[in-house]
Design a binder for this molecule. Structure first.
Ligand SMILES: NC(=O)c1ccc[n+]([C@@H]2O[C@H](COP(=O)([O-])OP(=O)(O)OC[C@H]3O[C@@H](n4cnc5c(N)ncnc54)[C@H](OP(=O)(O)O)[C@@H]3O)[C@@H](O)[C@H]2O)c1
Length: 293
């Protein structure tokens, strides 16, 4: 089986590469496939042979998207739609990722896949449109909605918090947004498990699934656990409200994803956020090397 991954340099793309099992993987970076030009996707993909397409690329600058709506929609919706058409024409499956930001965040219990969407931001609506066009173009798809993605490298909350903790005596962290922080390595491992399943059986319970670490926590409590397990218990953490930390894009206040369908239909269990966090700290402290192909 040959997997073609769109995306090479992003945090999830890098974890997909370092967790690669004995399955062929070819990665396309921006220089090979520019997702801001959906009109070129079909021609460009035409020159590659593959048995499964995995799209790990996206426009993820949530605040900047508010002023770059056209670009966000081209990368997050129009181009994935074109990829799905190519996959449908070839009869090969597609794996695509989406986000908790497709929801409004007004709920008070974890979102299931069929709950009503209602994004608050350009990024969220571009990702929602991406889901819709992929679903419409190709039935053999998995769309995995994930959330609050972090890892021991790349640009993310985990890396930023540990860097700032080494530099400062106190940090202010938003305490009224609740979610499910998800370790990119766990998403990558789950993705490979799904690919193995597809390799072994072409019939799969295709569709949209929530793929996040279990449990729920605020950014503040997550930072507290992260810094205390990283040896920075002496850094003072100050809770901040969303109102005190205004951003161009509105974030969902509560965006916990119920991932039980992933377990029920695909037999895959994601770790709880606290367990995944400890694993990530272990890799970070061991100075895990990055082997990006
Ligand atoms: N990060 C999160 O907290 C989060 C939360 C929920 C869902 N997700 C979803 O998870 C998936 C993976 O996200 P991530 O965190 O790995 O994102 P990321 O680290 O920001 O990486 C984005 C990737 O997309 C590529 N890309 C952006 N614009 C492109 C373009 N015009 N043409 C080609 N490539 C382009 C980037 O390439 P360059 O390096 O060349 O820019 C990069 O490889 C995405 O679908 C995202 O929406 C992420």
């Amino acid at each position: 089986m040959k997997v073609l991954m769109v995306g090479k340099t992003g945090q999830l793309a890098r974890f997909i590469q370092i967790t690669q099992p004995d399955i062929e993987l070819v990665c396309l970076g921006r220089e090979q496939l520019d997702l801001s030009k959906p009109e070129h996707i079909s021609d460009k993909l035409g020159s590659y042979s593959f048995d499964l397409l995995l799209n790990a690329a996206a426009y993820t600058a949530v605040d900047k998207a508010e002023s770059e709506s056209g670009l966000a929609h081209a990368v997050n919706a129009d181009s994935p739609g074109e990829m799905a058409k190519v996959c449908a024409a070839r009869g090969v499956p597609m794996i695509h990722y989406s986000t908790d930001y497709v929801f409004s965040g007004n709920a008070s219990s974890p979102y299931v896949e069929l709950d009503a969407t209602g994004p608050n931001s350009v990024y969220g609506s571009s990702k929602l449109e991406g889901e819709q066009v992929v679903r419409k173009a190709h039935s053999k798809h998995f769309i995995f909605r994930t959330a609050w993605v972090y890892g021991e490298f790349g640009q993310n909350f985990f890396v930023t918090m540990r860097r700032l903790a080494a530099e400062r005596d106190s940090l202010s962290i938003v305490s009224d947004q609740i979610g499910g922080p998800t370790y990119a390595r766990a998403i990558a491992n789950c993705s490979w498990q799904v690919i193995e399943k597809i390799r072994n059986d072409a019939e799969q319970p295709w569709g949209t699934y929530h793929l996040s670490c279990g449990g729920e926590v605020s950014w503040f409590e997550f930072a507290k656990a992260l810094l205390s397990s990283s040896g920075y218990s002496d850094v003072k953490l100050v809770p901040l409200s969303t109102a005190e930390y205004p951003t161009p894009a509105k974030r969902p206040a509560y965006s916990v994803l119920d991932n039980s369908a992933l377990n029920k239909n695909l037999g895959i269990r994601m770790p709880d956020w606290a367990q995944a966090l400890e694993t990530c700290i272990g890799y970070a402290d061991a100075g895990a090397s990055i082997d990006t192909k």
